[in-house]
Design a binder for this molecule. Sequence first.
Ligand code: GLU
Length: 310
Amino acid sequence: MRNSASENIPVVGRFAPSPTGPLHVGSLVAAVGSYILARQAGGLWFLRMEDLDLPRVVPCIADDMLSTLETLGFQWDGEVLYQSRRTDYYREAADELVRRRLAYPCGCTRSEIAQMASAPHEDGLVYPGLCREGLPPEKVERALRVKVYDEVISFQDGIMGLYGQHLTASCGDFVIYRADGPYAYHLAVVVDDAAAGVNQVVRGADLLSSTPRQIYLQRLFNYSTPSYWHLPLVTGPDGAKLSKRDHAVSLAHGRDLSKEGGELLASALRFLGQSPPVALEKAPPAEVLQWGVTHLDVASIPKKPGPFPL
Ligand code: GLU
């Protein structure tokens, strides 16, 4: 797969962290991968704070993330975008789907769905479609769901290869808005990427299984689909998934990033299957990133998760 959207359209990449905890090695890998792939193609690299889920957002973390990225030599294009300021766009998009009868109000509670649903899928329960033909009179609207049809949505991931999902079997009609919460991540990400002209999405493999839902929404809105590159996940030393609550994996924890940033970035490059020279670790972070832009070979990025080589 080519690392560019097309001959004439410049690549537009982005990094979209959720400010629910300090930047950790997992998010560093996504930042490094998305930055290098965008710059390697001569493209733009935007930053977006995914701070929609306000109760989970930790105050000051977004600023803290920005200064960590700056210390590590990342330079982004344009203004940082905050999802919490873009609710009107998500509302407009959701309203459009309702108007076009592609989305509908749902009054089912989680426990009702759990009782009705067959076996849960990896991403949660499969919605059995109870409210699809109209909200039953005894129910109040709790969410908006988008209708999915009996088709497989597949795409060629630049790292993980061909990936597909049958939406009816894997999630059923899915939520784009909750009456007691924010617009759903899938809707926001699709609206924001399209608005910013993002055509290259590089992020962690935990979002691979979300991608078919996002491509499905792009098709409903007639947006073009970016190229996708899902990076291997960082695991803890015991092979378990890293948690943001795990303090030891916070980048700033016990480190002077202005001195140790180069080493950290070189480790991120090694995690991505690259071989930066050991001497480079002492270089300023921006130089290590530039080494990545010049040398990164996508074919060497592993598919399998693994521990971060610190
Ligand atoms: N905000 C998501 C995260 O921090 C990433 C979303 C995306 O890159 O599409 O995991």
